[in-house]
Ligand binder design. Structure first.
Ligand SMILES: CC(C)(COP(=O)(O)OP(=O)(O)OC[C@H]1O[C@@H](n2cnc3c(N)ncnc32)[C@H](O)[C@@H]1OP(=O)(O)O)[C@@H](O)C(=O)NCCC(=O)NCCS
Length: 166
């Protein structure tokens, strides 16, 4: 039987779909339990308002992950990627990121960029496994307890990638 295009292969019955305003409370709940310095509700609403690519992963009505990507000047920028803690290490983050990258590729964007805390080993492994490479450091980019933390800047060339959107 053919697989539905928006079905998440890693997790039967899970789907990726566009985020809507009504998802924001559930997004915020996952955001607050995932980051020490979470985005505010207003940031997510702004991302929706300006038309960034905002996607959620849902299973049986429960929101289990989300991602936000902006684009401009021929480049994509992955702004947020998050999976509910109890659902991690099941391929959801990878599938969601591949979905965003496929959209960027299909839109004809040339490169994807993102920032990540150098201490975020799980995220860095995921990004590097998809081909992202470190290209620099933004000094004091992130809030941190007692000061600021640098961001590693990673880049992925999108040209030549397949643009199949899952
Ligand atoms: C980063 C994050 C989105 C990964 O989501 P996930 O669904 O758990 O990731 P996946 O199961 O798809 O794993 C993909 C790859 O990431 C790496 N990875 C994921 N979790 C890892 C961990 N705990 N330790 C080491 N590597 C890990 C592995 O390379 C893995 O590939 P493998 O399964 O073949 O070994 C998730 O950990 C998360 O939401 N973290 C909190 C929010 C965050 O830090 N987001 C990134 C901000 S830049």
């Amino acid at each position: 039987m053919a697989t539905a295009p928006d079905q998440l292969l890693a997790l039967p019955a899970a789907q990726i779909r566009a985020m809507s305003e009504t998802d924001v409370p559930a997004v915020i709940e996952v955001e607050r339990s995932s980051y020490q310095f979470p985005w505010s509700e207003g940031i997510f609403r702004d991302c929706l308002r300006v038309g960034y690519v905002c996607r959620v992963v849902v299973r049986s009505g429960e929101l289990i992950g989300y991602g936000v990507m902006s684009s401009g000047a021929g480049e994509a920028h992955i702004l947020n990627l998050c999976v509910r803690e109890s659902e991690r290490c099941r391929g959801i983050g990878r599938t969601l990121l591949e979905h965003l990258l496929a959209r960027a590729t299909a839109a004809g964007l040339s490169d994807a960029y993102l920032e990540v805390r150098p201490s975020n080993t799980a995220a860095i492994r995921l990004y590097q496994s998809l081909g992202f490479e470190p290209i620099g450091v933004r000094r004091g980019y992130y809030q941190a307890i007692g000061g600021r933390e640098d961001a590693a800047v990673l880049k992925l060339a999108l040209r030549g990638r397949r643009a199949r959107i899952s």
